[in-house]
Design a protein around this ligand. Structure first.
Ligand code: AMP
Ligand code: ZN
Length: 115
């Protein structure tokens, strides 16, 4: 755990969040500043700074994160209308929290390419 990392602090229960699901290695909670009717963040409990730190041994973590996203999309009722899973990685992508997270977005029509 990184004591200065906001998502580590949510994982540790030190900062409140609207937690929707916890699995062995993953926590999902609602984004504090939602950009769509469904805007959920999925984070590994392990502090990884971004996708750049994914390596051998993280295969099952990625599957766990994606399976959790599919289940949460269903639970929020956006599975039939569609949803997007995004991991902003680095400055040009606009990554602002340096703890790996997937954004699960849905519930409105989204544009492509993203801004
Ligand atoms: P990114 O810009 O891809 O790094 O995304 C970071 C996301 O984390 C943003 O959408 C923020 O609104 C969200 N966020 C930051 N702090 C919190 C928090 N304490 N609880 C929930 N979401 C947060
Ligand atoms: Zn962290």
């Amino acid at each position: 755990m990184d004591a200065d990392c906001p998502f580590c602090r949510i994982v540790a229960g030190e900062v409140p969040a609207q937690i929707l699901r916890q699995t062995e290695h993953v926590v999902a909670f609602r984004d504090i500043n939602p950009q769509a009717p469904t805007h959920i963040l999925l984070v590994p409990k392990e502090h990884l700074r971004s996708l750049e730190e994914i390596g051998e041994g993280h295969e099952s973590l990625l599957v766990e994160m994606i399976q959790a996203a599919v289940q949460l999309a269903r639970a929020d009722g956006v599975d039939r209308t569609g949803w997007r899973l995004v991991a902003n990685t680095g400055a040009d992508a606009g990554q602002s929290v340096h703890h790996l997270h997937f954004h699960l977005l849905g519930g409105r029509r989204m544009a492509w390419p993203p801004g």
